[in-house]
Design a protein around this ligand. Structure first.
Ligand code: TRP
Ligand code: SF4
Length: 538
């Protein structure tokens, strides 16, 4: 069901390719060994681990972040260091940043426990986009926490406060940006309802594994998340990035799809009155480009003649498979003497009658009107897309732009394995006592060798070391030199784990002390904000 780079709203997304997925970024290694056996499953409510990031490119079509990195102005250190490893359609957001055009960033947090250093990645990503001029949203996914995780409203209230305090303490500007709770946002829920009418249950079954036992509120929390993702575009369509972990990719894909399904019009290219699939279209485009009308009877390319010309060409010569050639030929034959002429086609997806006639009026130059589409002969595809969006918006449509996403790597737990909120020693909460933070780092697993001697000889395995991750993801901050120094000294055998952990532990203690001071300062700010801290629900 999920069409990624659909015909219309997202032509700029098509540029990204998902080829060459194997070279790891310089500072963060590709976690996982590809055995080819273990299946990668992206489950928003399952355990948040990914055994092999490469598979996310190959199997899910997530694009590599490195491909867009050169287009990002002043990239954040998480981008530079490869912690942010993937994206969908982020080029469009990067372009908006380059051109000083409006863009937005939004992410959400399920208030199921204390915010920890994994959440800090997302907080930082939001704050960075806000500092780059983005319209930025942080939301509390309380409906999801209640319906998918079964938390009580009381627990939710408590955790929500903690998430918000950390977000503010890390630098989120609440005057510039927007914070909301799903449960208190009526506009959001209205949008969720509208979006729900464009999705059906069997789709939810196949995307999320929902079955007859799934509670209905959980289903509702999914459409709510779809609404979250499109919420920044309610006033006006704009490129929007959703920074999340890759476990949220199923949500992102569905939201990208729904954004398209909500559109009044689709815009495609066509060469004659009939429809072509993607491959047929490429073939016909190629024929149009290479055949010379002067070689034909009456000096024009008529469909049936082009079909005849195809007869003399082999799949090898054409570079298309026999099936595509046969189906394109059949359509061309059928169209008979109709001339082949490139045009853009507006397809009626959800337009009201008024909007459809408004579009007809708005199209300049030669046009042909059919029951459910309009062909325009004097517009480029870009002009057509712009026009379609304009007319949609003038007629009470949303005109959504496909949302984009960026994905960060999950941090390894301090005890090895996955970082889990339910295993305190595996993670560091942003609310941990600084001394506990210090101790947790001191007793973390490392990528060190059995003895100091071996370490000096062979070097440590920074690539497999949770302590190194702490440096790269958090403790070095914007200072690339520190991260690089730790890495190089480690693998070069100049760094031993004892001292390395001591340094990291001290930095962690400092970070926590400072963060918690800022949290205290944020208390007052939070109470002044226009966000309901005590749910009226019980
Ligand atoms: N489902 C997300 C989680 O599990 C929370 C969330 C809700 C969210 N709405 C969102 C994330 C919108 C990103 C964008 O944590
Ligand atoms: Fe990890 Fe530091 Fe030991 Fe290297 S020296 S393995 S980075 S703890």
């Amino acid at each position: 069901m999920t069409r990624d780079d659909t015909d219309d709203t997202d032509s700029t997304d098509e540029i990204g390719d998902s080829g060459n997925a194997s070279d790891p970024s310089p500072l963060i290694p590709d976690g996982g060994t590809a055995t080819g056996k273990d299946e990668v499953v992206l489950d928003p409510w399952g355990s948040a681990t990914v055994s092999d990031y490469r598979k996310l490119f190959e199997e899910f079509g997530i694009e590599e972040f490195d491909d867009v990195l050169p287009e990002v102005p002043n990239p954040h250190y998480l981008m530079r260091r490869g912690v942010i490893f993937g994206n969908r359609g982020y080029r469009r957001v990067a372009k908006a940043m380059q051109n000083d055009e409006p863009f937005a960033a939004l992410s959400g947090f399920m208030p199921t426990g204390e915010p920890h250093i994994g959440h800090k990645l997302v907080f930082d990503e939001l704050i960075w986009h806000q500092q780059q001029g983005g319209d930025t949203y942080g939301l509390i996914a309380d409906l999801e926490a209640h319906s998918a995780r079964g938390l009580s409203w009381e627990e939710i209230d408590e955790h929500s406060r903690d998430y918000l305090l950390s977000l503010l303490a890390l630098g989120f500007d609440a005057e510039e940006g927007t914070l909301y709770r799903q449960s208190e946002n009526r506009e959001l829920q209205d949008l969720a309802f509208e979006l729900g009418s464009k999705a059906n249950y069997s789709e939810f079954q196949s995307i999320y594994g929902f079955d007859g036992e799934t509670n209905v509120s959980h289903v509702q929390s999914v459409v709510t998340q779809m609404a979250d993702i499109l919420y920044p575009q309610l006033d006006e369509p704009k490129p929007t990035v959703i920074p999340v972990g890759p476990d949220q990719d199923p949500h992102v894909r569905l939201a990208r799809d729904l954004a398209v399904r909500m559109r009044f019009f689709g815009v495609t290219k066509a060469y004659a009155s009939f429809e072509l699939d993607e491959d047929e279209q490429l073939l016909v485009a190629e024929l149009y480009r290479t055949l010379d009308p002067a070689d034909f009877d009456d000096g024009s390319l008529r469909c049936v003649h082009v079909a005849q010309a195809l007869d003399g060409m082999t799949p090898d010569e054409l570079g298309f498979d026999a099936e595509t050639i046969a189906s394109a030929k059949a359509k061309l034959d059928e169209a008979g003497m109709e001339p082949l002429r490139p045009r853009v086609r507006f397809l009626d997806r959800n337009a009201t009658e008024e909007a459809f006639s408004a579009l007809i009026d708005a199209i300049d130059g030669e046009k042909r009107v059919f029951d459910e589409h309009i062909d325009a002969f004097d517009l480029t595809r870009e002009e057509a897309e712009e026009l379609a969006r304009e007319v949609e918006m003038e007629n009470d449509g949303y005109g959504f732009i496909m949302p984009s996403s960026i994905y960060h790597r999950f941090m390894t737990g301090l005890t090895g394995g996955k970082m889990s909120s339910s295993v305190p020693a595996s993670h560091i909460s942003l609310m941990d006592d600084p001394e506990d933070g210090y101790d947790k780092v001191k007793s973390a697993t490392t990528g060190g060798r059995e003895t100091a001697e071996l370490q000096r000889e062979k070097g440590g395995k920074a690539d497999e070391c949770p302590v190194y991750e702490l440096y790269a993801y958090l403790l070095s901050g914007d200072d690339d030199e520190l991260a690089t120094e730790v890495y190089e000294e480690c693998v070069g055998g100049e760094r031993l784990c004892g001292g390395c952990k001591e340094q990291a532990a001290e930095l962690m203690r400092e970070f926590l002390e400072e963060h918690q001071e800022k949290r205290e300062e944020a208390e007052e700010l939070l109470d002044e904000l226009d966000i309901q801290l005590e749910s009226s629900r019980r």
